[in-house]
Ligand binder design. Sequence first.
Ligand SMILES: Cc1cc2nc3c(=O)[nH]c(=O)nc-3n(C[C@H](O)[C@H](O)[C@H](O)COP(=O)(O)OP(=O)(O)OC[C@H]3O[C@@H](n4cnc5c(N)ncnc54)[C@H](O)[C@@H]3O)c2cc1C
Length: 396
Amino acid sequence: MAQQGGAVFEGALTDEERLVRDTVRDFAEREIAPGAAERDETEHYERRLFDGLAGLGLTGAPFPESIGGGGLPYRTWALVMEELGAVDMAMAVSLSVHVLSQSPVARWGTPDQHERWLAPMVRGVRMGAFALTEPGAGSDAAGIRLRATRVGPADAPTAYRLDGTKIWISNAPEADNYLVFATLDPEAGPSAITAFLVEKGTPGFEFGRKERKLGIRANPASELVFHGAEVPAANRLGGEGDGYRIALSSLGEGRISIAAACTGIARAALEAAARYVSDRRAFGGPLTNQQGVRFMLAEMAQRVAIARAMTRAAAGAKDRGEPIAEASSLAKWTASDAAMSVASDAVQLFGAAGYSRENPVERYLRDAKGAQIYEGTNQIHRLIVAEQLLRGLDLG
Ligand SMILES: Cc1cc2nc3c(=O)[nH]c(=O)nc-3n(C[C@H](O)[C@H](O)[C@H](O)COP(=O)(O)OP(=O)(O)OC[C@H]3O[C@@H](n4cnc5c(N)ncnc54)[C@H](O)[C@@H]3O)c2cc1C
């Protein structure tokens, strides 16, 4: 079914933005949309689709050309993510996490790490995952306990041994390259957190329980289990103790991606609902004759437009090199709430048909819920926005 992104106010796009959006929309509708419901039902991830995104140059699109990326501005990247979110949030999250796992390497990596680790990820030959969350540390990420122990001299270790568990790691076990955050001292807080590049197949690194999810069921997520997995010192990203800053430094960008994908969910839910109530007849005519139904559609359109505007504002700030902590939190929180409420209204407007797995709107609802939780829960985004607000006040 054709997605009409222009159905809701979209603002002006440049020729390049339009070209990228239309190219991605074409691929998304032709290749990704047709099997989305079945992949959700069977919890099946199709690597072929990731390879297709790589073929379009999307697996490294927002990174500078100097390190092999596509040099795509974030405003354009947001259009890419909206198109993917509109057809299959599971695939949108897969690409978003892949990019999120590369950003810190692009920023903090050595030339050797860029060549060895990043280059094949940018090309989409290897897929990435970002591993921060643990059974005892989610929102409170500084509380991670996955232990890194130095191997060799304390002042010049040759390697680090990892022990512990990560949970809810999207793209695992499909991914090849894992950005893993560990601590040299679980009692020391953020100052001991250190980032490591860990390859699938490293002895002592295994996959545990697969998460059984409400939504984005076609995107795998699983536990990572480390039993003395030895990682060469050349795979430490940044210095010892830089890990917390490294983790936080890329989350803003990831939040813009998720906000854009959520705008896509909201848009798809609105369009599906608008079509349904135009066709559905009751009380002597189409449901669109009912003003109450029209009001619902208008309010849904309003939420899509707000989500898109805030996402584009955050992406624009990123492109201009401005701080994005507040803008990206506002965008992610607003857009994921919009996706959730528009999808819920779409289910309502479909009536019983909306509650059926035969129609896509129940999937939009399930997929939207997760986005209020991952990439920082929406409560944490309120804290970030309040912090930024108070910091900006001149309290004399
Ligand atoms: C689908 C999915 C995919 C994910 N993918 C990844 C991934 O790829 N990599 C990764 O590392 N993690 C991933 N996660 C984990 C995700 O980042 C965490 O679930 C999230 O950070 C919240 O942590 P938690 O689940 O431990 O909840 P908790 O931190 O235990 O929070 C529980 C509740 O308390 C609220 N709360 C917590 N602290 C506060 C506070 N200070 N003030 C007010 N309210 C608060 C939270 O908002 C939440 O409602 C994923 C999660 C999901 C659902």
